[in-house]
Design a protein around this ligand. Structure first.
Ligand code: PGA
Length: 262
């Protein structure tokens, strides 16, 4: 794993994506507040003519259970709002797990199949929850989990209430999510985190054991994973190492390169 600490997570992440744009055929996307400005920068690059989505395919991590696709707070609608409506991605190449379907088991299997038959995800953008969840893989999620229906942790429901201004109680309590193993199959991962509320989860993910107690810690053994952090989100890691450290070893024995890029 590579851990990059930067004063500008958005610019670093967008530059990383644009720098390897031609090699990304299948792009994994995340909703949440953290990547929104990265998507804004991709839109700008699209307007500038630097990149196109015409030949890309995208897979989102997750969707609330029970919300129709056109519900403003569905992750499909959020992704359209934050990125897809502005770029030239063909409709049939934009994939989000269904929030409503007759057969969730079949939908989960179909989502895994769609990812596989597309050739697999080249790079998946990830966020992290304050409890260390990735996608909606909540605390307790094993490293072998696949796309499935999950119950959301109370802390996740509470964190997401802010988006349901009209009726905070309407936040769904379940979701359909790509599993940890689904995410680990991607050829490259880029996890973004900002702010001190993420510091403990990030430190556990990078420096702790690989355990379902911190689902993001499973990423330690991915061969090509970069955490892009601001100083606040990195505070828990930086507190464990000397000021001039260039690497950090996890309790699980994984050596991570540490780069502080200003
Ligand atoms: P956030 O969500 O980007 O809105 O902080 C991340 C997550 O919960 O996975």
């Amino acid at each position: 794993m590579r851990v990059v600490v930067t004063s500008n997570v958005d610019a670093y992440a967008a530059d990383l994506l644009v720098g390897k744009w031609d090699s990304i055929r299948v792009l994994g996307l995340a909703t949440g507040s953290t990547p929104v400005n990265v998507y804004g920068r991709l839109i700008q690059h699209y307007y500038d003519g630097t990149i196109s989505f015409r030949d890309k395919r995208t897979f989102n991590l997750d969707e609330y259970l029970g919300l129709p696709p056109n519900h403003t707070q569905s992750y499909r609608a959020t992704m359209v709002h934050d990125l897809i409506q502005y770029v030239d991605l063909p409709d049939d190449r934009f994939h989000v797990p269904p929030g409503i379907t007759d057969d969730y088991d079949a939908a989960c299997t179909a989502y895994e199949d769609d990812i596989r038959t597309s050739g697999g995800v080249d790079l998946w953008v990830l966020g992290i929850g304050v409890d260390g969840h990735i996608a909606f893989n909540e605390v307790g999620s094993g490293g072998d989990t696949r796309t499935r229906v999950v119950d959301l942790a109370d802390s996740t429901v509470a964190a997401n209430m802010q988006y349901f201004d009209d009726d905070p109680e309407a936040v769904p309590k379940q979701a359909i999510t790509a599993g940890v193993a689904t995410i680990m199959d991607a050829r490259e991962l880029m996890l973004l985190a900002k702010g001190k509320s993420k510091a403990a989860a990030v430190a556990n993910a990078v420096c702790g054991d690989r355990t379902g107690d911190t689902p993001a810690s499973w990423l330690q053994s991915h061969g090509n994973c970069t955490f892009v952090l601001d100083r606040s989100a990195a505070a828990g890691i930086l507190a464990k190492v000397s000021a001039d450290a260039t690497d950090v070893t996890s309790a699980a024995g994984h050596l991570h390169v540490l780069q502080i890029v200003g």
